[in-house]
Design a protein around this ligand. Structure first.
Ligand code: VTB
Length: 313
């Protein structure tokens, strides 16, 4: 089974409309308003699509509506059964503060093929294509860097590691510095951060560290089509986290997940820029028109491209 190519343009419309709605709130220093605009636009576009869709990764649970909540049924209830992960506004700070890198993101898989991730933190590691055993979440930082350096035939000084700039990453950052690896320290937006390993021109060799679980699954769905390496482990720190994990059917809280356990089968991934970032340009508004850029992947047709659109408002 595959997801018909005709759905690509429909999901591009979903993230584009969400990005456009949010773009009016860029620089207003109001994260909630920017997020709500993206959520509302995304929901209304999703409900126009002929599918029996279900949100498996969203923004909170039923009682937290008007978010696109986990378990919410979307679409016209007529068409294929699809599981959908959304981050209508990835990088709420970026949009609120008018900084680079805000995106509207969606990942779509056939029913049951997308991991129903709890809203916990996730320890992640991603690189471009490597052979089995080269990189592993459980290796030391120095072993991963040494192996990747040998595999890519690049010295550690020629390599760049992308990681969220957080106090929790101090040890990893210090180790990377000691190894002479260049750092790309991001303040938010680790969906984009992870995707930077997918092309040499982005100049990121490895992405690692602890970020949001839902963001990890979203990035993984694109990395799968892009032939990249990804491994992760959900982190269940609090009792609430554990409850969420149990509710989602997770019994082994220390399990390390391979990419094919997070996403399998066919998938579509779309990320539209709200503010210009490393991957795509943001929404550019003119009097009666807007310009948008969307990164698209579709596994079964091996599509991996960035499209630019110009539309009347
Ligand atoms: C990341 C990043 C998000 O949260 O997942 C990060 O992708 C992790 O959480 O854009 P902390 O901020 O608590 O470290 C965001 O930065 C915001 O949702």
């Amino acid at each position: 089974m595959t997801i018909d190519k005709k759905f690509i343009s429909q999901f591009v419309k979903v993230t584009t409309k969400a990005a456009l709605a949010s773009s009016y709130l860029v620089g207003k220093n109001d994260k909630i308003a920017a997020d709500k605009a993206a959520v509302d636009a995304m929901r209304s576009e999703l409900n126009n699509i002929n599918m029996r869709g279900k949100i498996v990764i969203g923004e909170g649970e039923l009682d937290e509506a008007p978010m696109l909540y986990i378990g919410e049924k979307i679409g016209t209830n007529n068409g294929p059964e699809l599981d959908i992960a959304v981050d209508p506004l990835e990088g709420t700070n970026f949009a609120a503060k008018n900084l680079p890198g805000a995106l509207s993101v969606i990942a779509v898989a056939e029913k049951t093929n997308l991991f129903n991730a709890p809203e916990t933190y996730m320890d992640k590691i991603a690189t471009g294509k490597v052979e089995r055993g080269v990189i592993d979440l459980d290796y030391s930082i120095s072993k991963n860097i040494k192996n990747l350096s040998e595999y890519k035939n690049k010295s550690p000084e020629q390599m760049t590691a992308c990681i969220l700039d957080r106090p929790r990453h101090k040890k990893i950052i210090d180790e990377l510095k000691a190894l002479n690896v260049k750092l790309k320290l991001i303040t938010d937006g680790d969906v984009s951060g992870a995707l930077l390993v997918s092309k040499e021109e982005y100049n990121v060799d490895i992405f690692l560290g602890i970020g949001g679980g839902p963001e990890g699954v979203l990035a993984a769905s694109a990395l799968d089509t892009l032939g990249c390496f990804f491994q992760c482990r959900f982190l269940f720190k609090t009792e609430t986290d554990k409850k969420r994990g149990y509710a989602m059917g997770i019994s082994d809280f220390n399990k390390k997940y391979e990419l094919n356990e997070i996403i399998s089968g066919d998938s579509i991934f779309c990320a539209t820029g709200i503010t210009t970032g490393d991957l795509v340009q943001g929404i550019k508004l003119e009097e009666n028109k807007f310009y948008s850029e969307t990164l698209i992947t579709h596994k079964s047709s091996n599509i991996n491209k960035i499209i630019k659109e110009e539309q009347y408002i």
